[in-house]
Design a protein around this ligand. Structure first.
Ligand SMILES: *Cc1c(COP(=O)(O)O)cnc(C)c1O
Length: 369
């Protein structure tokens, strides 16, 4: 095979494609707790609004608004409301992507492509940074996290930065709170990020911001080398529409806009995100319910002797079963109807509906003894 496709980059030919969940299987009968989606569909009154908008306002023969003006304005307002920033951000501080995955790729293209730089990640963390970097031929420097609280091994991270790398480390990726482990950045980690030199881009992924209610957005002004990523895929219940956004200095935003595809976000998705923001009072109250369910499930799991479970600030829990074959446990749960994620040496379980969480507990109890 390989010698017939000699035009394919040799490093790419060796990579396997990322298999997205649910991987094409029929999943309606399963509790899908592996992708950190909201268990709740959009309220039907908002779906009706969206359908009306599609009917009345979207001409399918026309390209969508490639400037995302309306959406950017609303996002800027939302960002300003969710943090005390003075002066607030404007639409010039926002870039919108086809999921934040697209923005991650754009950031990599804008910084490291063409052998210009490496990225630094602390594992376990969101796998997409390394996956997307590899597809662009960008190498990854990884450091570990401390097993106690999953904070980054900062000595190792600083050593990696200090040691002459060729090309140098250009981007540091962190998630706040981290996936799959659920912990927010500590003040030591934040201080380290604040200390990084101007020639390193710091990406702070706040995909779970609505759950943790922690954000570094108020510090953006002091740190033009920081960019914050957020998404509509989690608390806003819009994973199907693929909308993410970056908040950063206008200069960096201009660069992101250069890199992205001209019509990267379909009109229907722009409308969905717009309607979701305008009616967030109908969407975001579910966050409190999910948090309550999470803490209840944590409590119940913490009482099971065979399970080691960590506190989480997001909509998932991370746990381990020492000396057990985790892959086997994932398969056992799946055969009972609960799909979870085996990642970073542990199990990550999304908080679902109350009924799903009860089944999760029952099934985990059954497989853990
Ligand atoms: C889910 C998630 C995202 C969201 O990606 P989208 O492409 O916007 O769906 C980004 N970062 C992290 C850490 C996530 O867990």
């Amino acid at each position: 095979m390989r010698d017939r496709f000699l035009f394919i980059r040799s490093d790419l030919a060796q990579l396997a494609a990322y298999v997205p969940n649910p991987g094409g299987e029929v999943t309606t009968a399963l509790d899908c707790l592996d992708a950190n989606e909201s268990p709740f569909d959009l309220p039907s009154q908002l779906k009706e609004k969206l359908a009306w908008h599609y009917q009345q306002e979207i001409s399918t023969n026309r390209y969508p608004d490639g400037s995302h003006q309306v959406l950017k304005e609303l996002i800027a307002q939302y960002v300003n409301e969710s943090a005390e920033i003075n002066p607030g951000v404007t639409k010039d501080h926002i870039s919108v992507g086809n999921g934040s995955d697209e923005l991650i790729r754009s950031l990599l293209i804008a910084t490291c492509l063409g052998n210009e730089g490496l990225i630094l990640v602390a594992n376990p963390t969101f796998s997409m940074y390394a996956i997307l970097a590899k597809t662009l031929g960008i190498s990854i420097v990884s450091v570990e996290r401390l097993e106690t609280d999953f904070s980054i091994d900062l000595d190792a991270a600083q050593k990696a930065l200090n040691s002459a790398q060729n090309p140098p480390i250009r981007v540091v990726f962190v998630v706040h709170p981290n996936s799959p482990t659920g912990n927010v950045l500590t003040s030591a980690e934040l201080n380290w990020l604040r200390s990084l030199p101007k020639d390193i881009l710091v990406v702070i992924d706040e995909a779970y911001f609505e759950f943790s209610k922690t954000s570094v957005v108020s510090e953006l002004q002091q740190h033009p080398n920081w960019v914050i990523l957020r998404t509509f895929s989690k608390a806003f219940r819009l994973a199907t529409h693929r909308v993410g956004y970056a908040i950063a200095h206008p200069e960096l935003i201009i660069t992101l806009e250069k890199v992205r595809l001209p019509y990267n976000l379909p009109a229907f998705s722009q409308a969905a995100a717009t309607i979701a923001l305008q009616h967030r009072d109908l969407i975001l109250p579910s966050v409190a319910d999910i948090i309550q369910e999470r803490d209840q499930l944590w409590q119940a799991l913490a009482e099971i002797q065979q399970i080691q479970v960590w506190r989480s600030r997001a909509n998932f829990l991370y746990l381990k079963l020492p000396d057990r074959n985790l892959e086997q446990i994932v398969q056992q749960l799946k055969s009972q109807g609960t799909v979870i994620r085996h990642t970073g040496g542990g199990l990550r379980i999304t908080i679902g509906t109350p009924a799903e969480n009860l089944r999760t507990l029952k099934r985990l109890k059954a497989v853990s003894v």
